[in-house]
Design a protein around this ligand. Structure first.
Ligand code: BDR
Ligand code: CA
Length: 311
């Protein structure tokens, strides 16, 4: 059975690897990719998406640009992690192609409406486009099988002590998504930090060809941030875990729990308050990632990335 998916992203080193994993997976049909402001400006995340698809020889996959800033908050880009271009490290040429003229929100709605089956949505950036989709097309949930998002954390933060970047960047949008009633899975930092790409993985990929070398060069740059910040010579590949979880739901263990997003406090802005120990009567609204089989994640990821160089 082939699962139709849409990826909403902000490449972003790990976003790029998530897209490549989807392209390398015959179990998935990538109906299109939409972009949002996050790791870098919308202009740069859109260009980066096109560059990655072109590198993989998949310029046929349509790209639509979406929101250039969060719903209410000021735009903040993570150039201290992803560099000036949003994809610093590898020397990729500028894109030859362009995004389709449609706004990402209308593009997502059209792809979902015309799909033969309910679509799985994989948002791996701030949730602005998804919140706008829910607002503009209130019935859209009927066509969405589930949302598997990368964002949040049970017990840590990476942009502040309290919050993960994607949720912090647009907390109002994230709150809207968790409240949507759609089947939501949260792949947060607790899970993604437990499956890190190592130098050995990167060297193996570098030997594979142009795509593998690109991923290894992403690692070379991305790992600098993790070395500076955490003192580790390995990198989480956050967004690729969300795609991997759609491919193999046994890789990530999940618990059905209530998740609320903090939007009022400045100190805890964007915190995903996960009721892990059921301290409230609030109804569960998400499947929360609580553990990952890191070895099997890389057993899935690495050969698939290598396969992109074999064709
Ligand atoms: C998330 O934030 C971004 O920097 C990454 O691309 C990932 O989606 C991790 O916190
Ligand atoms: Ca991302």
């Amino acid at each position: 059975m082939i699962t139709p998916i849409l990826i909403d992203c902000d490449p972003g080193h790990d976003d790029a690897i998530a897209i490549l994993l989807a392209l390398a997976s015959p179990e998935l049909e990538l109906l299109g990719v939409t972009t949002v402001s996050g790791n870098q400006t919308l202009e740069k995340t859109t260009a980066n998406t096109l560059r990655v698809l072109e590198l993989a020889g998949r310029a046929d996959v349509a790209v639509a640009a979406g929101a250039g800033r969060p719903l209410l908050r000021e735009r903040f880009v993570a150039d201290y992690v992803h560099g000036k271009t949003g994809l610093d490290g590898p020397a990729l040429p500028p894109p030859r192609g362009a995004a389709v003229p449609e706004h990402a929100v209308d593009f997502l709605a059209a792809r979902i409406a015309e799909a033969d089956e309910r679509v799985t949505l994989i948002p791996v950036g701030p949730l602005t486009n998804v919140a706008l989709l829910l607002a503009r097309y209130p019935e859209i949930g009927d066509g969405i099988e589930r949302i598997v998002l990368m964002g949040g954390a049970i017990a840590e933060g990476n942009v502040t002590p309290a919050a993960e970047f994607n949720i912090w960047a647009d907390p109002e949008a994230a709150a809207r998504v968790f409240a949507s009633g759609i089947d939501v899975t949260m792949i947060g930092l607790d899970v993604t930090h437990a499956a890190r790409m190592t130098r050995e993985h990167a060297e193996r990929l570098r030997a594979a060809g142009a795509v593998g070398t690109f991923v290894a060069e992403l690692f070379d740059f991305f790992s600098l941030f993790h070395l500076r910040q955490y003192g580790i010579d390995s990198s989480p590949i956050h967004d690729a875990v969300a795609v991997a979880h759609v491919l193999d739901p046994t890789l990530v263990a999940t618990e059905r729990r209530n998740v609320e997003v903090e939007t009022q406090s400045e100190l805890c802005r964007g915190r995903t308050v996960v009721d892990l120990w059921r301290r409230t009567e609030r109804e569960p609204n998400a499947h929360v990632g609580v553990g990952i089989d890191a070895e099997r994640f890389f057993d899935l990821l690495l050969p698939r990335l290598e396969s992109l160089d074999a064709g």
